[in-house]
Ligand binder design. Structure first.
Ligand SMILES: NCCCC[C@H](NC(=O)[C@@H](N)CCCCN)C(=O)O
Length: 476
């Protein structure tokens, strides 16, 4: 009888897809907030008196606790020790707490207060208190949103092993992209309409509370599933995560290949977006009012393509090859972006669309492939280690590009919207991004070779591999 119930729970497609919808919706609400302030840079400067360095400090806050205080790694260990329900509720709690602090900082009247830091009477630096509190809020939020990313991965793996795993993870990534698209298109109009840069954050907070409810419903279903599986005769208890597992993970060569591929690949895409609008204006002569719309096409393509490529991986396999093709596309896109003679508007649109295809190919194969390399009980820690290293790239590559632009790429001045601005030659930054792509190819090749040696099954269809497994812990 219990066997029947278990089959009913775990195998019921309606239940599985409902679980995916609930978890992905929670992640979506977090992803909206991650990007909601980006379109408001000018408004923050006009209405709150921020300058570019205030905004830069605030944006960098996202990674502080994750990178320097290793919060992401601890998040992964909590996930493996305490499970997806505990980690998920904790993540949403952190996101709500961080966003509340950020909202308060943006909307409170702090009377232009300044916070100064000094050691032994020597002043280190001063910063507007409003900027400081908003940054701290964003830092706490950053811990929560990265943690919900890995929690969602592990929850989806838990429910979809053996059944369209890459498609499910692709849909989960697509939910994140919908969140980004909502932020990119909704934030500025809402702030302008209300005349309040805090208004989009208030709406996001409401959305995040609905995200919490959604996750709590998931918790009920997940708990029921666990109870029913546990009481089945012959069900072995999942081996517990131990601290020494970190060493085991670190000894897996393929894990490092996929991690390095991840940091190189993501460092070539997300940091590019921070400069893409200016590239459109200065190289492709797109009008400033329209220039942001071209890079904004990127998440839209992903929404359809990531699940599509995931489904191909499930049915046909070729995971490592999919990552290789995605990396090769990066090289093509950025080499073409670097060619000074190519300045047609349509070319920029085509290149962004191809970049979107690359950003669908690699994640659609990368996240499911990790499950073939490390055992399920270590998955949270493994994803967190990958995210941690990736976060270094996401934090420092934009800085590197900024320094390169300032020191090597100034090519005179240009008038934009009646204002004389510095003209930059983007050839070198584009070649740097192409270089990341070339290195990604190398690591995708190394991964493919390691797979052939160790037989992880990265080139095999997920569905075929999974139907051969019989227990929860049998992932190679
Ligand atoms: N369940 C989510 C899978 C990860 C998706 C992946 N996100 C990340 O890698 C994050 N660490 C950083 C994303 C930063 C974007 N603002 C993704 O492809 O988005």
């Amino acid at each position: 009888m219990k066997e029947i119930i278990r089959k009913k729970m775990a195998a019921s497609p309606v239940l599985r897809w409902t679980v995916l919808g609930l978890v992905s919706f929670t992640m979506l609400t977090g992803y909206v907030i991650a990007d909601v302030m980006a379109p408001l840079k000018t408004l923050l400067e006009q209405q709150l008196g921020w300058d570019s360095s205030d905004y830069g400090l605030f944006t960098s806050g996202y990674g502080w606790l994750n990178i320097f205080l290793l919060m992401l790694i601890f998040g992964g260990m909590i996930l493996d020790k305490k499970g997806v329900r505990y980690a998920g509720v904790l993540s949403v709690g952190l996101m709500i707490g961080g966003t509340l602090l950020k909202y308060w900082a943006i909307t409170a009247d702090l009377g232009g207060a300044v916070s100064s830091f000094s050691i032994g009477g020597h002043s280190l630096f001063s910063v507007k208190s409003q900027v400081l509190y908003a940054t701290l809020g964003f830092a706490v939020f950053g811990v929560g949103v990265e943690m919900i990313g890995i929690t969602a991965n592990k929850a989806v793996v838990k429910w979809f092993r053996g059944r369209s795993l890459a498609l499910a993870l692709g849909i989960n990534v697509a939910a994140g992209r919908i969140g980004t698209a909502i932020a990119m298109f909704g934030s500025l109009p809402l702030a302008r309409m209300t005349g309040n840069p805090g208004a989009p954050l208030a709406v996001c907070l409401l959305l995040l509370c609905i995200g919490l409810l959604s996750f709590l419903v998931f918790c009920v279903l997940d708990r029921r599933e666990d109870r029913e599986t546990e009481t089945l005769p012959g069900t072995e208890k999942e081996e517990e995560f131990k601290l020494s597992d970190i060493v085991k993970i670190a000894k897996i060569k393929a894990f490092w290949y996929i991690t390095i591929l991840c940091v190189l690949f993501y460092s070539a895409v997300f940091p590019f977006l921070k400069y893409a609008t200016e590239l459109m204006i200065q190289k492709f002569h797109v009008s400033p009012g329209f220039a942001g719309a071209i890079p904004a096409l990127l998440p839209f393509g992903n929404i359809l393509l990531t699940p599509l490529f995931g489904s191909i991986y499930d049915r046909r396999g070729h995971g490592a090859t999919i990552m290789l093709i995605g990396s090769a596309l990066l090289v093509c896109v950025y080499t073409l972006f670097a060619i000074p003679a190519l300045t047609a508007n349509w070319m920029a649109v085509v290149l962004v669309l191809v970049l979107g295809a690359a950003l669908s190919l690699v994640p659609s194969a990368m996240w499911p492939s990790v499950t073939k390399i490390v055992p399920y009980r270590m998955l949270g820690t493994s994803y967190s280690m990958i995210f941690w290293i990736q976060n270094w790239g996401l934090a420092f590559v934009p800085l590197l590009i900024g320094v390169v632009l300032k020191n090597h790429c100034i090519a005179g001045t240009v008038v934009i919207d009646g204002v004389v601005s510095t003209r930059y030659d983007y050839t070198l930054p584009m070649l740097i991004f192409a270089g990341f792509g070339a290195l990604s190819i190398v690591f995708a090749l190394l991964l493919r070779r390691e797979d052939a040696r160790k037989g992880y099954g990265l080139e095999k269809p997920n569905d075929e591999l999974q139907t051969n497994s019989t227990t929860k812990t049998q992932i190679p």
